[in-house]
Design a protein around this ligand. Structure first.
Ligand code: SF4
Length: 316
């Protein structure tokens, strides 16, 4: 066993302080989204596999909690599509024997046509599926799915899950400039949201460096106008408010920092907030990592992001 499949707690725009669980090895995913923050999917897959680390995940969470970790949610997600882990149900149930902290699952929704996947997710407290398109053509353009996942199959799965599940569904829609932002497309998405009936709808856009440079972000005003037209339960996912005053001076372990950057590109403030350190301390270590070539800096809009592309190896 190499890197731990548990990371954080990190700050999440939707889930507050989130203890993350990386459910699949790097980039095992059924989609190859143009906006993906963690890089391209070489071979999209719909095969659910037993990666053999359910016990490790549950034990690692137990150790974190015993060591005093605090979290608002324990979040199953990570470097790909979590439901491709055949042990998803066992992992959720195992976590729930340890703690009352709600379990949330981030999913692209592509496997919800499978009744076993829907059953597995019924053990979670919150499921956060994505739906970025209102038709097949746009779906293929944005999500570039495995050939077995048609738009109809994706939608049928989400609709079936929404009727069977008694927990909360928070739907995420990711908007890309000039791809799914026309009034006609927003209207299609609105009608689908009405059919699904999620508890919340979160609108997102490519503020972090995307897999494809042409996946450009929608501006905030446009996103707010779309939120208003979709309905009451819809909000733009707010940027998490950093509070550097709460930052604690401490040693910043290099591996904790690299571990965080392996999951997604982060700004200096993301890092300082998540790791509870002063930004001035974080920047010193980041400068060293950049000088050694372990971390690179990239820009998206007016922001600078720190990126680490080493592949995680916890499945080995
Ligand atoms: S954004 Fe999520 S669903 Fe899309 S390719 Fe990346 S990991 Fe897969």
């Amino acid at each position: 066993m190499g890197k731990s499949p548990i990371y954080g707690p990190v700050t999440s725009r939707r889930l507050g302080l989130s203890l993350g669980v990386d459910m699949v090895p790097y980039k095992v995913c059924s989609f190859d989204c143009i906006y993906c923050q963690i890089g391209p999917t070489k071979n999209p897959s719909v095969e659910r596999r037993n990666f053999g680390f359910a016990d490790n995940i549950v034990k690692a969470i137990q150790q974190k909690l015993e060591a005093g970790a605090r979290a608002d949610h324990i979040t199953l997600g990570g470097s790909g599509e979590p439901t491709l882990n055949l042990e998803t149900g066992d992992i959720i149930r195992g976590i729930k024997t340890l703690t009352d902290i709600p379990v949330a699952v981030l999913t692209n929704g592509s496997m919800l046509w499978d009744q076993k996947v829907r059953q597995d997710l019924c053990a979670a407290d919150i499921v956060l599926p994505s739906l970025d398109a209102g038709d097949e053509e746009t779906f293929k353009k944005i999500n570039r799915p495995h050939p077995d996942i048609s738009f109809e199959r994706l939608l049928d799965g989400i609709l079936s899950f929404s009727t069977e599940y008694s927990g909360k569904i928070w739907l995420e829609i990711f908007f890309i400039e000039n791809i799914n932002t026309s009034a006609a497309h927003v209207e299609k998405l609105k009608r689908l949201v009405q059919r699904i009936g999620p508890d919340k709808v979160h609108l997102n856009t490519a503020v972090r460096p995307p897999a494809e440079a042409f996946a450009t972000a929608v501006d905030r005003n446009t996103l707010c106008a779309i939120a208003e037209s979709i309905g009451d339960s819809t909000s733009v996912i707010a940027e998490f408010k950093e509070n550097p005053d709460d930052a604690v001076e401490a040693e910043l372990p290099e591996e904790a920092l690299v571990d965080m950057l392996l999951r997604r590109p982060c700004t200096l403030n993301d890092i300082a907030t998540a790791l509870h350190v002063n930004p001035s301390l974080a920047v010193k270590l980041l400068d060293q990592l950049v000088a050694r070539g372990r971390v690179t800096i990239t820009s998206s809009g007016s922001r600078l992001y720190y990126v680490c592309k080493e592949e995680s190896d916890f499945s080995q």
